[in-house]
Ligand binder design. Structure first.
Ligand SMILES: C[S@@+](CC[C@H](N)C(=O)[O-])C[C@H]1O[C@@H](n2cnc3c(N)ncnc32)[C@H](O)[C@@H]1O
Length: 377
């Protein structure tokens, strides 16, 4: 079986979650670095990784890595790569990338050198002088770090957070990939009730429902590699298998609320689009009015924070009340993603763990309060 070296990229702080996902999907993980996990796959595994990874941002094919201190070196080594294995004669191959702490620091110069080298290679292989680039897209991505260049092709196309269910959004939505990480970092599992009292557009409840029902997050979207002849035959079977894996009978109870009526309407529409509206009970409520009736339930939420959503002064009373709730729900496991600067000051109990994460470019902390194990477990 062919081993294709793949790289799954992640936002800072969720590498361990993606590694765990990859292992449970059956891949061999060969390297974990900040923001990227390298793993091995066969052809069908490329489709499966795109369809199933919940917390990764994108999946790339690693074409090569080499040292490059001069443009000549970059050109020659890029030209040596067997791009024609994937890129077709009519393929479109935009080049993008970044450079850090390297002699080749100019992104635009590196970009055009790489483009020229790939064209030179394909000219020789396909025996033609001009490429119209009217066919499928093969996004080439380079990354130069301390004079070491990694050459990738993006198999995902648009970022994997674009699941296809977000028909309506709110002021500060959580990225779907990050919401999936939060759920997977929690004690949420089959049979446990989940609450999100600041649900906004419903990202956490929807991702949790998709996890509980075993719905592959990529089933509703397109991928760059779906249009590449090299992988053309693997997608139909991978998608068919993913449909068969859906656990339609799983009884899932998720309670989602928000103070904003429009946000709840939007969240409901998103849940319908994701096919999980029957798992989630939505209501419009201030979080202090929600009936937290269950025992040993899980609360995962992303309360408001930051200037955009009111500023620290306005938020203080909200976090003081959230602290009271946190203390009251003593059999629950509670998780808050927040960038509110006085969180630690305003919460009387210290979290069991906190993790630094990023929602897009915005830094936040994931405060984790572990409750006891349910009695019947
Ligand atoms: C950071 S946003 C949550 C975004 C959400 N995770 C998403 O993915 O769309 C915070 C949410 O808290 C809601 N909110 C603010 N004050 C509230 C309160 N007192 N009770 C309940 N919800 C509140 C806002 O309407 C907003 O939707």
């Amino acid at each position: 079986m062919e081993n294709i070296e793949l790289v799954a990229t992640t936002t800072y702080g969720v590498e361990a979650v993606v590694k765990r996902e990859l292992i449970s999907l059956g891949y061999k993980v060969t390297k974990v670095e900040s923001g990227k996990i390298t793993f091995l796959s066969d052809r069908k595994g490329v489709a499966n990784a795109n369809l199933w990874l919940r917390s990764a941002e994108r999946v790339f094919i690693k074409m090569d890595e080499f040292e490059a201190r001069t443009f000549d070196e970059l050109f020659d080594k890029t030209k040596n790569i067997a791009w024609e294995k994937y890129i077709t004669e009519d393929g479109k191959f935009p080049v993008n990338g970044n450079s850090k702490k390297s002699k080749l620091f100019s992104i635009s110069d590196s970009q055009s050198i790489i483009k020229k080298a790939v064209v030179e290679r394909l000219k020789r292989i396909f025996k033609r002088g001009i490429f119209e680039e009217t066919g499928p897209v093969f996004p080439i991505v380079f990354s130069i770090n301390k004079d070491f260049c990694t050459m990738l092709i993006d198999t995902s196309g648009s970022g994997l957070h674009k699941r296809g269910y977000r028909v309506k959004t709110v002021a500060a939505p959580l990225r779907e990939t990050l919401a999936a990480s939060l759920v997977q970092l929690s004690f949420f599992e089959k049979g446990r009730v989940l609450y999100d009292p600041f649900c906004g557009s419903g990202t956490i409840p929807i991702e949790a429902a998709m996890i509980a029902r075993n719905i592959a997050p990529g089933l509703n979207r397109n991928f760059a590699a779906k249009h590449w002849p090299y992988f053309k035959d693997v997608w139909t079977e991978a998608s068919k298998e993913a449909y068969l894996e859906i656990d339609f009978d799983e009884d899932v109870k998720i309670i989602a609320s928000d103070i904003s009526e429009i946000n709840i309407k939007n969240a409901q529409m998103n849940a319908v689009e994701a096919g999980v509206d029957d798992c989630i009970e939505f209501s419009v409520a201030d979080f202090t009015d929600v009936k937290y009736d269950d025992k040993y339930a899980i609360l995962i939420s992303n309360p408001p924070y930051g200037e955009r959503l009111g500023g620290t002064k306005k938020l203080k009373p909200l976090y003081k009340n959230l602290n009271k709730l946190n203390n009251k729900l003593d059999t629950w496991s509670k998780y808050y993603l927040s960038g509110y600067e006085d969180f630690v000051k305003d919460f009387s109990k210290k979290s069991n763990k906190k993790r630094r994460l990023f929602n897009g470019n915005i830094e936040a902390w994931f405060y984790q309060y572990y409750g006891p194990k349910p009695k019947n477990k």
